[in-house]
Design a protein around this ligand. Structure first.
Ligand SMILES: [Fe+2]
Ligand SMILES: [Fe+2]
Length: 173
């Protein structure tokens, strides 16, 4: 839930930027790069990663009631939708950077989609999902999960920057 609060701060920044874009009828592609890196690395890999690879995976071993199992499937679908929106934004930003001014309205609509999508997704988890989930885990399981979240986070910066080096190596070949 603490990570949700950070994601909300980025959404507020992006909402402000929508106003700036509307007024200027142009966009700073570098800012969109920074925002999409945040969404991909922090909101998706780091945050959704811990949800999917640790929490949801362990919940799948529990005798979940139907409502919670359905909610979990819906959250996974949301993550997929979020990834598609982000990919569309990255593609539109690349087109805009290479001189296609018509990509601006696509950037605006992708930003609007993301700004609408995340708060709804976050509210589902904060209000209806995380707390009932915890009841399926013993205190010891919860402690193990917290330690595994920490280990996941610890490994992430290495994964990220190793990937950057590998991409640069590939493009230099
Ligand atoms: Fe999520
Ligand atoms: Fe979340």
């Amino acid at each position: 839930m603490a990570e949700h609060r950070v994601i909300e701060r980025m959404l507020a920044v992006l909402e402000d930027q929508l106003g700036v874009i509307a007024e200027a009828r142009s966009v700073d592609s570098g800012l969109i790069d920074t925002a999409t890196d945040f969404i991909r690395t922090y909101a998706d890999r780091c945050h959704h990663g811990k949800e999917e690879d640790i929490l949801f995976l362990r919940l799948a071993d529990k005798p979940l009631d139907d409502e919670l199992a359905e909610a979990m499937a819906g959250l996974v679908e949301d993550h997929v939708r979020g990834r598609l929106m982000t990919r569309k934004l990255i593609e539109a930003n690349n087109r805009y950077r290479s001189g296609d001014a018509s990509a601006l309205s696509e950037i605006e609509s992708c930003l609007r989609d993301l700004i609408e999508f995340y708060p709804v997704h976050i509210a589902k988890e904060d209000r209806h999902f995380f707390k009932p989930c915890l009841e399926y885990f013993t205190d010891a399981e919860q402690q193990t999960m917290l330690a595994d979240f920490d280990e996941f986070d610890r490994a992430l910066i290495h994964e990220k920057y190793r990937g950057i080096v590998e991409n640069l190596e590939r493009s230099a070949e």
